[in-house]
Design a protein around this ligand. Sequence first.
Ligand code: GDP
Ligand code: MG
Length: 440
Amino acid sequence: LGSRIAGALRSMSAKTVMDEETLDEALKEIARALLEADVNVKQVSLLRRNIKAAVRWSELPPGANKRRIVQKAVFDELCRMLDPGEPPLSPERQRANVVMFVGLQGNGKTTTCVKVAYYYKRRGYRTCLVCADTFRAGAFDQLRQNAAKVRVPFYGSYESTDAVQVARDGVEMFRQQAMEVIVVDTSGRHKQEAALFEEMAQLEAAVQPDHIVFVMDGSMGQAAYDQALAFRQRVRVGSVILTKMDGHARGGGALSAVAATHAPVVFLGTGEHMDELEAFRVESFVGRLLGMGDVQGLVKTITESNLQNPDEEQMQRLSQGVFTLRDMQLMYGNLTRLGPLSQVMSMMPGMAEMIPQGSDRETQARIQRIMVMLDSLTAAELDQTPSIKWDESRKRRIARGSGRSLAEVEEVLAQYRTVSKVWGRMGKNMKNMAHGMPAG
Ligand code: GDP
Ligand code: MG
């Protein structure tokens, strides 16, 4: 998506005459890219209209950087659409916050309940889980086992088929125990949707949740809007969590869910493990959607993984937008340990262009070759201290040392320059991300 939008903007600025038609063409291409990313049809046309209104083409002064203005308008508009202006889930300490989860079966609701309980547990909340899915065989065991894994107290019943009663009993019991976050998992059977929605409404009335979270598979596609709307019409959805964002999700589902529920996205599920939950940040998400990278996200991922004990200095430098060849070497070395390759790469500005799309195995092989080349660099070259001059003889030495051709060495250096340039812009602009956006 990011590269297509970038492409649309590039072809726009390549035009000698920049008239309204040029803008329309670019917007058409951007709209196509958004549709492909599963953004809802209605939202795409709304987006297009709003961008046009925001850009005010005819009033732009002759010297204005039109490509940049359009890009900023796209960024801002996507951010605006993802922010419904409602407060997200944020449990208060020292009182019972009952959080009920709703969503269709298979979307990752039970997994997400446990992830969220674990998330708040790690932040010092007294957290627990209630299984109000009395419909699906095995629901009880699934939640019980996962709750045990993360050591969160759990309530449920093997025998009962009365979800409302079980939920009421569980919530009551945990209230007595002065729990702070009481997560209620519910059934999500399809095929009998009328009965499901009726049950959700009854549960809402019975346990009086402080907050309702709608869970949806992030790769839902164009069906996302209707599904989210169906839940919103029956229960008071307050937040959205998108799951399976580690897979083929293209991001558009987030916009659909927010538009349908008028509720903000709070987390993204990024894997099957209980700690694979990412707090949602609008600017980072849109930046990634548009292929602009997410410097803060990457720095945070590296810090959290605590790989090769990244030092303060490196983190400081990276977050200020200074990216050296040594950073590139470190990152390639750690790439597979940071998480799924595609996910980490999408956080790195310019990286998608550097490592062409392919299977993880092809990507590995390509990274291996680059690593061998980087191993032939001296410390001064890696840190570029003092400022290194990349003359012919230096490049030849590296080619010889790594058994690659001169052209390949030049390619890696060129790619490094691209990444470090984008990185520099990202770093500088990160602070002002909410107001402006990086050039490029
Ligand atoms: P429910 O029916 O809505 O309660 O869904 P479950 O929690 O049982 O999840 C259905 C399947 O999706 C399970 O195999 C989960 O492991 C998987 N799953 C849930 N969340 C994620 C996620 O964020 N990423 C991936 N890859 N799988 C997930
Ligand atoms: Mg379930």
